[in-house]
Design a protein around this ligand. Structure first.
Ligand SMILES: [Fe+2]
Length: 270
């Protein structure tokens, strides 16, 4: 593995805190540890991307039309990625656990309920982003972050709570079934994918050096990052400057801290 690159300045591990994985100090060969760790890594991808939104958005002046559009597009892609994950959890993962592992029913109840606590906040964020992109409202970072603040607490709690919940599947037994359900969940997520939105968003926020680089996440054939970088990313090309990693999972200096980014932000704010 190549040495960990060190991004300059503030990075996407704040203000929302990244999650430790159970695999940090437990063997990933245990299917439940693997599944719960994988979920933490997915959630961390969402958290890094949201952190990047939170850090960059206030630096973009309303008159900086080009950067504002790119940020709103990045937000739109983030919503698409998080929605895809939660829909697959609601439509398949939670119900599959409950149906196929009877002892899981009580374990998952809180997590299912938690989805209701951030849905309306996420919807309001999505609505504003769509209206602003369509020109129906001006770009306003205060409004954008206020909308994030309205759902971030329950969302972060949910992201964190789901990991120990999945670890409790060890109590329910049927450990091999946990792995099987998770594999099916991965297939379902990939089937419904809007690749041009969620492909780059995932790769550009999945830090392969996390926890010493012990997690092979996301797992994909070697050609896929090339395909996403050179082809799939084109549709929303302007958005990807806000990512926190390169297409191969190496952390990069955030756009706001690069000479190019500083220049672009300054130009629009003059
Ligand atoms: Fe999740």
């Amino acid at each position: 593995m190549s040495p960990k690159s060190v991004p300059e300045g503030i990075w996407a591990d704040q203000p929302f805190k990244l999650l430790d994985t159970p695999g940090k100090d437990k063997p990933l060969s245990d299917p439940v540890v693997y599944v719960a760790s994988h979920m933490a890594l997915v959630h961390n991808t969402f958290i890094r991307a949201l952190n990047s939104i939170y850090l960059h958005a206030p630096l973009i002046a309303p008159g900086n039309k080009s950067l504002a559009r790119d940020m709103l597009t990045y937000c739109q892609c983030w919503v698409a990625l998080v929605a895809l994950h939660h829909q697959a959890e609601e439509n398949f993962l939670f119900s599959a656990f409950e149906k196929r592992i009877p002892a899981a029913k009580g374990i998952l109840a809180t997590n299912v309920r938690q989805h209701d606590e951030f849905h309306s906040g996420l919807d309001a964020f999505k609505k504003y982003v769509e209206i602003a992109l369509a020109g129906g409202e001006p770009y306003c970072s205060e409004k954008l972050l206020k909308l994030v603040d309205a759902f971030s607490e329950p969302l972060m709690k949910h992201f964190a709570d789901e990991i120990p919940t999945l670890m409790r599947m060890q109590e329910a037994g049927q450990i091999e079934e946990v792995m099987k359900i998770h594999e099916e969940f991965e297939v379902i997520v990939r089937k419904d994918i809007d690749a041009s939105k969620v492909g780059p968003m995932t790769l550009l926020n999945a830090d392969k050096t996390f926890e010493g680089g012990k997690h092979p996440f996301p797992v994909m054939p070697k050609f896929v990052p090339y395909l996403i970088k050179y082809l799939v990313s084109r549709k929303y090309a302007g958005a990807w400057k806000f990512g926190s990693c390169d297409y191969w999972g190496q952390p990069v200096t955030l756009f706001m801290n690069t000479p190019e980014g500083k220049q672009a932000l300054k130009a629009g704010n003059e």
